[in-house]
Write a protein that binds this ligand. Sequence first.
Ligand code: HAM
Length: 417
Amino acid sequence: MPEFKTSPGTRDILAPDSGRWRAFQEVFAKTVEAAGYTLIIPPMFEDLDVFLRLGEATEVVTKEMYDFHDKGGRHVALRPEQTASVCRAFVEHRPTTPWKVWYAGPNFRYEKPQQGRYRQFDQVGIEALGTNDPFLDAEVIGLAAKFYSNLGLKRVKLAINTLGDGGDREKYAQKLLEYFSRHESSLTSESKATLARNPLRVLDSKREPDQEVIANAPAIRDTIGKEAGAHFESVLAALEAMNVSYEINNRLVRGLDYYRRTTFEFVSTALASAHTAIGGGGRYDGLVEALGGPATPGIGFALGLDRTLLACDAEGSFVAPKQAVEVFVVDTVDGSHAQTICNLLRENGVTADRAYDLRSMKAQMKAADRSGAAVALIIGEDEVQNSTIMLRPMNSGEQHSIARGDLVGEVMKALKK
Ligand code: HAM
């Protein structure tokens, strides 16, 4: 028989980590629902064309897409991110604006798997469509910062930049092309190849030999128009009013081509690995139009769940919640008493588990121990005869007999509920 294992870049998330994932999404939901964002659940695959709007020069599109022809001959792709789907949904449903939504779920990119970088990875995120108001930029960025702090993370840095408007970006790309072409001999061969595809992306290179050329490259802020510049200043002022600390990073261009104006990234300084970007986002005015809708501004962010949890590990924050039932029932008679007792307790809001297969008292007590339950209820021949149950608090071991008719009340008392 072949030995089946998860495919490279994918993982099974088992308890207690799975409970941590769910708690993570719940904390996120609470954080953003407090600001009026509602849940959207887009499909995990769409027509390939939707994702091609992310930009033909984006690696996510050119190299990493999981695309295939389905049995009906449609060319579809697993989503590499969710912003494009949200914009497609906006065009399809035409909700009233501002439209503020949040999402959580897996995305797929054919990347080289390593610590903090997977082929299937989860994101939580928000998108807000329909307004250019700089207060919205500040709200979106502030919510990400608030969420990190709700997770107990302290070593998170926010880098922010503006990419100006559509035309500005192209002008800047041209300036960069000229600059990097002049210094091409000092660039690594990888960056030379990137230069031919997209000069902006050369700024992303982490390779040492490229760093000097990059450090002296022109900054986009000298290229952007008046309006975009004023917008950026207002965003920064609004962030300051909210006490959100930031660092301006003139080289921050981010990996997706749809960004305009405000762009930002959150980096964990607690992570030692190469992948320290735990979240990022920005404005994508123009994306809705590219998907066939009316000109509509938009802004949002997505946070990598997998990577953010690695940052939590590094900081010792947001530990996995304890997952244990409250009561474990040991029935050495015939198993039917465990069934009745468990059902009664569950109906009364007490979590309860039991042993199966009529194992020995010793084996069942071992299972009770392993379950982490606070209380064991033990029922043998004597207890059935006397209509009683033995109640044993697991931490003290001092058991006492209770009347079967008083079961729920006695258990509540023992659990201090
Ligand atoms: P992104 O920067 O491609 O942006 O991804 C956002 C976050 O997802 C990253 O900062 C990282 O934490 C996580 N991430 C990305 N790729 C991987 C991977 N292969 N393995 C693990 N984690 C990963 C977006 O996806 C945009 N849609 C964000 C956005 C929303 N912009 C505007 N609205």
